[in-house]
Design a protein around this ligand. Structure first.
Ligand SMILES: Nc1ncnc2c1ncn2[C@@H]1O[C@H](COP(=O)(O)OP(=O)(O)OP(=O)(O)O)[C@@H](O)[C@H]1O
Length: 321
């Protein structure tokens, strides 16, 4: 897991203030404001999730961090280095595993890692090619052409390339999109190991369950603006809705009691769902109303919200606003 005592003494891994990006109009497309003044602080030592629907602006933000996209306005500090003032140091502090499999087909994994080490100005005596090949499980493919590697192996090589300069911050852009379970588990094992060694990890993912399991803290971006940021458990507890699921005894005719502040539904599987706010309605109120309606209870269960519920609630509210 992360190292909270270190994160308290260290400056944040990333500090973004007022970040804006407007893509200029081109090819008949109007200008697009992809980031609308984002403030974001990512604690050192964390595994941090950046979530948002397609087109929210996550890749734009990551590409700005990586130095691949030029920001329109705002300030970006990576490991304390301002991108505009200390571009070399800020670039050296971050490694990015991109979404696309942009590998030169004629390079071997060893060649690609050596080349990347050279590009980052790592002194030859400090090249970690063999160590990284072992970490990503490609030692036995070290000298095979990249074009002969499977999709999963190429992805692992991209992770390796992001690590050659031993960055303080590792960014993974949708690392597990479309990969099989085995590779996903291997990636997460590596991520946890690197985090235990002190590396700050930032990842974007569409898999909310994954974010829930992996990330200490999460920010949600929607339409180019940050709409939430919190420790993962706090974010989950912000949605205090809970659902009581009742299986009625046979013979129930489907009628539902009306209870103020409770959303009741008859579900296709024959159960009755009562969704309520924990802080507002005592569960006894629901049970009493069910009893008064003459419904006999065979079984009771409760459902807690998960990150998907939080995500939907937040992005829905932001759209409505
Ligand atoms: N080079 C570009 N030129 C013009 N518009 C762009 C460019 N790149 C991205 N956009 C637009 O900016 C917005 C944000 O895109 P971005 O790729 O950052 O979103 P995202 O959250 O990463 O989405 P996804 O999860 O689909 O990758 C989108 O509306 C996208 O169409």
């Amino acid at each position: 897991m992360s190292q909270p005592d270190q994160s308290q003494t260290r400056p944040p891994a990333i500090e973004i203030t007022g970040l804006r990006k407007t893509y200029r109009a081109a090819n008949g497309q109007p200008a697009k404001e992809a980031l609308k003044g984002v403030d974001l602080t990512i604690p050192a030592g964390s595994i941090f999730g950046l979530l948002g629907p397609n087109g929210a602006g996550k890749s734009t933000l990551i590409n700005i961090l990586a130095g691949l996209v030029r920001k329109t306005a705002g300030q970006v500090r990576i490991w304390g280095f301002d991108q505009d003032v200390n571009p070399r140091q800020s670039r050296a502090a971050i490694g990015v595993m991109p979404q696309e499999l942009n590998l030169d087909p004629f390079f071997t994994p060893r060649g690609a890692l050596d080349m990347q080490s050279g590009l980052y100005g790592v002194p030859r005596s400090e090249w970690r090619t063999d160590e990284i090949l072992a970490l990503i499980g490609l030692s036995d493919k070290a000298d095979a052409y990249s074009r002969s590697l499977s999709g999963g192996m190429r992805r692992r090589l991209l992770l390796g390339k992001a690590l050659v300069h031993t960055p303080h911050v590792l960014v993974l852009d949708e690392p597990t999109a479309g990969v099989d379970i085995e590779l996903r588990q291997m990636l997460w094992r590596n991520v946890r190991k690197l985090n235990e060694q002190g590396m700050t990890i930032i990842l974007t993912t569409h898999y909310l369950e994954e974010a829930e399991q992996m990330c200490d803290e999460i920010a949600i971006i929607n339409h180019g603006a940050k709409i939430a940021q919190d420790k993962t458990p706090t974010l989950l507890s912000r949605l205090d809705a809970k659902t009581l699921v009742i299986s009625p005894e046979d013979g129930h005719d489907g009628t539902l009691p009306r209870i103020d502040g409770v959303q009741a539904e008859a579900r296709p599987d024959g159960t009755l769902g009562f969704t309520y706010r924990r802080g507002q309605i005592p569960v006894e109120t629901i049970l009493q109303a069910v009893h008064d309606a003459g419904i006999r209870i065979r079984e009771l269960a409760t459902e807690e919200p998960d990150l998907e519920d939080v995500f939907l609630a937040l992005t829905h509210n932001a759209q409505a606003a």
